[in-house]
Design a binder for this molecule. Structure first.
Ligand code: NOJ
Length: 530
């Protein structure tokens, strides 16, 4: 059986950055509703919305100070409900972030936990007198944190945090924490949302002598969550954010009794590596190392998201290569990654941006697009941390790019300016009325993909007799057979097509396909066996 999420096209958006409906300089639900026409037209099946919970925003909403509400800047709960209903009315779905690993230090649980060692809430978090504990655990936010322990002056102990010190980790050894999380799931699912992107799942438990990641106890809790949604809200999607190697990712599917979908983190940087080196090998190898997943499960694939382009799942040598190639300016680097958007990473070269989209849309998995990449938005390196890739969506060339009518100084962040990526040049409207724009091309590929039922989960077979500068593969299942051809280099290359087939050129149905095809610089073809 094919579940909706197996073949869905996901679209990640930052509600704060998408559209401001009330003119206060912050994106909100009114604004989002006004832009649903666009997402429907683009072909989005499911919106993934980053956190909108009340939050002091020290980690852009991933520091939750209340799980049972939304920050008033986005609107009222009624607004949220209206938005969910309107998304459903259009046949789309919506998933939210669920931050399971930590809260904000301003969450009332933590405030109380600090205040009183006798409070039952003390045990909602992980405390010690000995900051040497769990010392085999890596630090994730390397640029800002020196330890996974932070000293709490008030109570005279250290608390555990895998991310910023303003995000204390919850203590999953405490069954009350499990109960709280299931109540939170219940609360949001009652509103009718379609699932969760579950944040930072590998880190729920700590055990001495381990690296405190992917522990069996973590999987036990995930099974509990899955059982809860299966029993109470069947059809709900649980999508795992686990930035891990393929062999460590596999257990997150369990026997299809943990997550339905997990991001394929190791594939993402290798798509960039393949293009930079003009060599398909890294992509072929990582997919060869990717074990088959249970029926009913799916990989989520992506090119960029709201974080830095993570280089955690590459070797040190590969990381250095990626940094040298894609982030020559030190300011473009962050932690173990690169804080740039897709178009600038591709030197704003349309051919490369399209090629990357073609790879995303034809390789196995459910593609997750990041807002703005479909029009080739740029980034703003002057903004700190990951904010440079979270700038306002560029809708048109009017004030603030059509994002908001507020004075510039009231915007949560300035829109990107300048001749190459500024909203005067790069915006939705201009691309909507320009038939051969990037937006139209991406949309065409999205809609074409929807008709190609073998793409989400069909078998993958490389044309490995071809030179490494070509990334060409068959996709096949009981629905049919499809051939994708990609030229990773600037030099034109001619391919003799496999004989015995009649091919349809999916992206240009009027052009006949002969016995061979010449791929121009960074060119690609989608061929369906008819
Ligand atoms: C992963 C999120 O994508 C990132 O933005 C956040 O900072 C960390 N998890 C911590 O919640």
């Amino acid at each position: 059986m094919t579940n909706w999420y197996t073949k869905a096209i996901f679209y990640e958006l930052y509600p704060r950055a998408f559209a401001d409906g009330n003119g206060d300089g912050w994106g909100d639900f009114i604004g989002l509703r006004q832009r649903l026409d666009y997402l429907e037209w683009l072909g989005v099946d499911c919106i993934w919305m980053t956190p909108v919970y009340p939050s002091p925003l020290r980690d852009d909403g991933y520091d939750v100070s209340s799980y049972y509400g939304i920050d008033p800047k986005y609107g009222l709960m009624e607004d949220f409900k209206l938005t969910v209903d309107e998304i459903h009315r259009r046949g789309m779905k919506i998933i939210m972030d669920l931050v399971v690993n930590h809260t904000s230090d301003l969450h009332p649980w933590f405030v109380e936990a600090r205040r009183s060692k006798d409070s039952p809430l003390r045990d909602y978090y992980v405390w010690t007198h000995d900051p040497e504990k769990y010392k085999e655990t890596r630090i994730i936010f390397l640029d800002t944190e020196e330890s996974n322990w932070a000293y709490d002056e008030l109570s005279g102990e250290y608390y555990w945090h895998r991310f910023y010190s303003s995000q204390p980790d919850l203590n999953y050894d405490n069954p009350k924490v499990h109960e709280e999380m299931l109540n939170i799931l219940d609360f949001w699912l009652k509103f009718g949302i379609d699932g969760f992107r579950v944040d930072a799942v590998p880190y729920l438990y700590e055990r001495e002598g381990t690296n405190c990641e992917n522990l069996p106890e973590t999987h036990d809790f995930i099974r509990k969550m899955r059982q809860f949604v299966d029993e109470n809200y069947p059809g709900t999607l649980l999508l795992a954010e686990a930035n891990q190697w393929p062999q460590d990712l596999l257990p997150y599917f369990g026997n299809n009794d943990e997550f339905h979908v997990a991001f394929h983190f190791p594939l993402m940087p290798r798509l960039y590596m393949a293009l930079a080196k003009g060599d398909r090998t890294d992509v072929v190898n990582i997919l060869a190392d990717t074990p088959p997943i249970p029926d009913g499960c799916q990989w989520a694939t992506f090119l960029r998201n709201h974080d830095e382009l993570t280089l955690e799942m590459v070797t040190e040598e590969e990381r250095q290569f990626m940094w040298d190639y894609y982030a020559p300016d030190m300011r473009q680097r962050l932690n173990l990654g690169i804080r740039r958007r897709l178009a600038p990473l591709m030197d704003n070269d349309r051919r490369k941006i399209e090629l990357m989209h073609s790879l995303l849309l034809t390789l196995p998995g459910a593609p997750v697009l990041y807002y703005g990449d479909e029009i080739g938005m740029g980034d703003n390196i002057a903004l700190e941390d990951r904010n440079g890739v979270r700038t306002p969506m560029q809708w048109n060339d009017s004030i603030n790019g059509g994002f908001s009518v507020a004075p510039l100084e009231n915007l949560y962040a300035p829109p990107v300016s300048g001749p190459d990526y500024g909203y005067g040049t790069v915006n939705v409207l201009v691309q909507e009325i320009t038939p051969n724009s990037l937006l139209h091309r991406v949309r065409q590929m999205i809609h074409a993909r929807k008709e190609l039922d073998m793409l989400p989960r069909g078998a993958l077979q490389w044309l490995d007799h071809l030179p490494n500068t070509l990334l060409c593969f068959w996709r096949e299942d009981e629905n049919g057979k499809f051939l994708a051809l990609h030229n990773l280099v600037e030099t034109e290359q001619t391919i003799e097509l496999p004989t015995g087939y009649h091919f349809i050129n999916v992206l240009d149905e009027d052009s006949a396909v002969g016995e061979s095809i010449t791929l121009g610089a960074y060119g690609f073809y989608w061929l369906l066996v008819s």
